[in-house]
Design a protein around this ligand. Structure first.
Ligand code: HEC
Length: 172
């Protein structure tokens, strides 16, 4: 009986050790999943993939750009996106252009106004394994979003699972 009790203690101890070794998804050691904290260099010179206008409260005009790896993957419809892919979404206020409207003779022209934020998705399947292999980045006035805010990105982008978490389609 004594041996059996010892055996149970040993099994329970092992189970505890194993449980501690298995990280909860997205939280290897209870820390928040890593996200992008530095603006990728040279993003403003990358190639255009597509644009998107959000109405409502956002009222934004956005341009989606990609580095060479991203551009080629988008263009060739390559899924999943390879490591090294970086997608940038540059967001601006969507404002009417008085200058253009004067020329048209009516209100119909909207152009990018003040920049609001830049967002990035950086593919690194190891580093960002907890968030589907994508590191999310958000910068307003050059400052990164805080950890709590950055938690919102992955759950929504997961809805685009069929296209490797990317919503934007290549505009030919
Ligand atoms: C409620 C859902 C939702 C949340 C939350 C969200 N996104 Fe998105 N994101 C979208 C949709 C839809 C698009 C495509 C339309 C557009 O570009 O406006 C998009 C586009 C993007 C793109 C262009 C690539 C692509 O997937 O089309 C990037 C980069 C991006 N989001 C980054 C982020 C970051 C960083 C965060 C967190 C701070 C974030 N997103 C939070 C829904 C979301």
């Amino acid at each position: 009986m004594k041996h059996f009790t010892l055996f149970l203690v040993a099994v329970a101890t092992m189970a505890g050790v194993v449980a501690q070794m298995i990280p909860a998804p997205g939280h290897a050691d209870g820390a928040p999943a890593p996200f992008v904290t530095e603006i990728p260099q040279g993003y403003r010179d990358w190639r255009w993939i597509s644009s998107a206008h959000e109405a409502g409260k956002l009222n934004s005009l956005g341009a989606v750009l990609g580095n060479d790896v991203a551009y080629n993957a988008f263009r060739n419809g390559k899924l999943p996106y390879p490591d090294g892919t970086i997608i940038a979404a540059l967001h601006y206020r969507n404002v009417p252009s008085d200058e253009n409207n004067k020329v048209f003779g009516q209100a119909q022209s909207f152009v990018p106004g003040a920049p609001t934020n830049i967002q990035f998705m950086v593919k690194d399947s190891k580093k960002y394994a907890a968030t589907g292999g994508w590191g999310f980045g958000h910068f307003a006035d050059g400052k990164p979003g805080d950890a709590a805010f950055m938690k919102s990105c992955f759950p929504c982008h997961e809805k685009a699972k069929a296209t490797d978490l990317v919503f934007t389609r290549y505009a030919p």
